[in-house]
Design a protein around this ligand. Structure first.
Ligand code: NAP
Length: 312
């Protein structure tokens, strides 16, 4: 039985950054790039088009190209990458065990970077137009909707925040909500209601995302009071109905908050299990940026390195 110094689970900005730091610290990391967790290897950035806010790339670059660079940098320093989903872990004793189907791997330390995923409505056309008019991230993609009329789906704080942010660019933002009352906090509701660029469409469910084959052109909606269906033309649709962290396999092993995010000791990446660290969106429901994920991925590798030194 071979025991790794460190196993990194996840291949988004946090996982690859942890790998770069761990490899350069001679920890010979083994990184699992999941095929399902987070949507695809490379994480959520694989679902975006242009990334213009990642420092160091003044011209911007495509999300998948950025992830290719992250990966190349991790590999350059000797990270070994396994293209398998981790299906179970055992953090109950050391060395820690992680399992990919029938295969078992053992490690002295583990860095959890499995990310989070935006929740989608689950209607036809949604997958096809992601990154082509349809987004779940106003901070990432809002800029591309200057002077356009766009829709935001959701009635929580995220939807209000995204809608407000989008009015910096868009001519008009319509919040489409499935009920006639918002779930958002009072202050966020008021801010949205007072914004002259924001309108509301109540009791309305998006039933289909429409497009011309290359980009989104509208949505088919259903009014659940009048039972009528209609089509709305729009160039942009933001789905803001919440995120969920990819932590199913960690339940019962490390402490999670009530939404399922990994709890870390403030100012560090230390989890409730000594030797297990977490970085990126899996432990962050607040900032959720590639740069903050990379930052906490770096912290996780440094925390793991220091902890391993104390175990020698
Ligand atoms: P949330 O509070 O769970 O709200 C999700 C919203 O999406 C709800 O209005 C829900 O409708 C709607 N929704 C869910 N599934 C849907 C579906 N399939 N189709 C259409 N609509 C759907 O999620 P969130 O807004 O992301 O907020 C998550 C947490 O983060 C909250 O605790 C929130 O306070 C916090 N947060 C805070 C801030 C801030 O303070 N600045 C910003 C963002 C988030 P229903 O209302 O009908 O259930």
């Amino acid at each position: 039985m071979e025991t790794e110094q460190v196993i990194i689970i996840g291949s988004g900005p946090a996982g690859y950054t942890a790998a770069v730091y761990a490899a350069r610290a001679d920890m010979n990391p083994l990184l699992f790039e999941g095929q399902r967790l987070g949507g695809s290897p490379g994480g959520q950035l694989m679902l975006t088009t242009e990334v213009e806010n990642y420092p160091g790339f003044p011209e911007g670059l495509m999300g998948p190209d950025l992830m290719e660079k992250f990966k190349a940098q991790a590999v350059r320093f000797g990270t070994r990458i396994v293209s398998e989903d981790i299906t179970a872990v055992d953090f109950g004793s050391r060395p820690f065990k992680v399992q990919a189907g029938e295969k078992e791997y053992f490690a002295k330390s583990v860095i959890v970077c499995t990310g989070a995923q935006a929740m989608w409505i689950g209607v036809p056309g949604e997958e096809q137009y992601q990154g082509h008019g349809l987004s779940a991230c106003a901070t990432c993609d809002g800029f591309f909707f200057r002077d356009k009329e766009i829709l935001v789906v959701g009635g929580g704080d995220s939807a209000m925040e995204e809608a407000n942010f989008l009015t910096k660019f868009a001519k008009k933002v319509t919040i489409v909500h499935r009920r006639d009352t918002l779930r958002a906090s009072k202050i966020m509701q008021e801010r949205a209601m007072k914004n002259p660029k924001i309108d509301f469409l109540w009791n309305t469910e998006v039933r289909e995302v429409l497009g011309d084959g290359t980009k989104l052109t509208g949505v088919r909606v259903f009014n659940n009071q009048s039972n009528e269906e209609s089509e709305l033309a729009t160039e942009g649709l933001f789905v803001a109905i919440g995120h969920k962290p990819n932590t199913n396999i960690f339940k019962g092993w490390i402490d999670l908050d009530e939404k399922g995010y990994v709890l870390t000791r403030p100012g560090s990446t230390v989890t409730s299990v000594e030797g297990v660290f977490a970085g990126g969106d899996v432990a962050d429901h607040r900032y959720r940026q590639a740069i903050t994920a990379a930052g906490t991925g770096c912290m996780a590798a440094l925390d793991a390195e220091r902890w391993l030194e104390t175990q020698a």
